[in-house]
Every structure is written in structure tokens, then in C-alpha cells.
Design a protein around this ligand. Structure first.
Ligand code: GRF
Length: 192
């Protein structure tokens, strides 16, 4: 099985996935890393690991769907079986979701359906809740929505700052995402 990671930024989740592929815990080929940001550090991480990369700049396309169609075309050309979003800061069009129905994973730094959106860690801290966590889910047409594959909670301490909470959330993400990908692959192999 071949999969692609889509990332816009720092790529620490990508790094955890690369590590897990190299350790053969994830038994699939990470065949492509795609970014919408030419300067994303995720691209540097991919290149360092010898993984092919592609950049699609949204400004080069007149609509979101055209942008997505170009990405999907490349994914299909490269025979990508499933897609992993790791900090990809674009909402996928219904066309993209349909093209890889039940084959797109996302990670979100909160216990969905709580704290959707781009500032989930900050929002949980501000809300004064005792617990937050990490969710890995299948992507559907709605944002931060779709069947949950894995979820783990984490206590928020009274002394937590945004930085300290972010640090623990990210450490949890780096453990959970490779596990969820491994789980998905094993499930898909059984149903093939
Ligand atoms: C992660 O917190 C992830 O949950 C969210 O975006 C962030 C990406 O971080 N979707 P990184 O680029 O993997 O370091």
C-alpha cells in the first residue's frame, strides 16, 4: 500500500510518521509528501528522508476545486491508496473527499466534536475545561468531522500555559498518529 502525507507547516507529525515507516511499524510506503507552502519545513523533512515531494500553490489555480483536482490527479498517477493530513491548512473540496472516500485521515488537537477549528488547543485552555486530547478521524465533507478512528484524552493542569499544553498535545499526537495509520492499514488489508 502506498500513502501520501499532506502538510503545510512544521511537519512534526510527518516526522513521527517517517520514523514509524522506517521502523516498519507502519507497513506501507510513504510515497509522496504534498504541500501548499513552498517553504514548509515539512518539505525539508521529506527530502531529508528521501521521499518525493510536490508543491501546489493555491494562487496558481482559479478555484479550490481546480487546486484539489490537480492534487488528486497527481495522487492517482502515483498510485496513492490513502491520504494522511498532517497540519494541512486547506479545507478539502467535496471532489477530493469523494475521490478518496474513507481513505483520508486527519489529526486534530482536541477531543472532537469539541473545539473544532484552527485554535483548538488555545480554545480548550481558554474554556477552562479539565481535559482535552487528540483525535484521529476519517475526513468527510465537513471540517473537523467524520468517523473517529482513535482518541486519547489528556488532563489540563491548573498551571498549564499554552506552550506547556501544546507540548504535551504534540507529544501525544506523535504517538497516536502512527498507531492510527498502522491500525487503518491493517483494517484495509483485511477487507481487501
Ligand atoms: C497539529 O497540531 C495537528 O493536530 C494540526 O496541525 C498541527 C500540525 O503540526 N492539524 P505539525 O506540522 O505536524 O508539526
Amino acid at each position: 500500500m502506498r500513502f501520501a502525507v499532506l502538510a503545510s507547516g512544521y511537519g512534526s507529525n510527518l516526522q513521527a510518521i517517517i520514523r514509524s515507516v522506517k521502523a516498519k511499524e507502519i507497513k506501507a510506503s510513504l510515497a509522496l509528501v504534498v504541500s501548499d507552502q513552498p517553504k514548509a519545513y515539512a518539505l525539508t523533512r521529506a527530502k531529508r528522508a528521501g521521499i518525493p515531494t510536490m508543491v501546489f500553490r493555491p494562487n496558481d489555480f482559479s478555484t479550490r476545486e481546480k487546486f484539489d483536482r490537480a492534487i488528486v490527479r497527481s495522487l492517482k498517477e502515483k498510485k496513492i491508496d490513502f491520504v494522511v493530513l498532517a497540519g494541512f491548512m486547506r479545507i478539502l473540496s467535496p471532489f477530493f473527499v469523494r475521490s478518496y472516500r474513507n481513505k483520508i485521515l486527519n489529526i486534530h488537537p482536541a477531543l472532537l466534536p469539541k473545539f473544532k477549528g484552527a485554535h483548538a488547543i488555545r480554545d480548550a485552555l481558554k474554556a477552562g475545561v479539565d481535559q482535552t486530547g487528540v483525535t484521529v478521524h476519517m475526513v468527510d465533507e465537513q471540517v473537523d468531522h467524520g468517523p473517529v478512528l482513535m482518541q486519547q484524552s489528556l488532563d489540563i493542569k491548573k498551571t498549564d500555559s499554552l506552550a506547556s499544553l501544546e507540548k504535551r498535545i504534540h507529544a501525544l499526537e506523535h504517538k497516536l498518529y502512527p498507531l492510527a495509520i498502522k491500525f487503518l492499514i491493517e483494517k484495509k488489508k483485511k477487507t481487501r
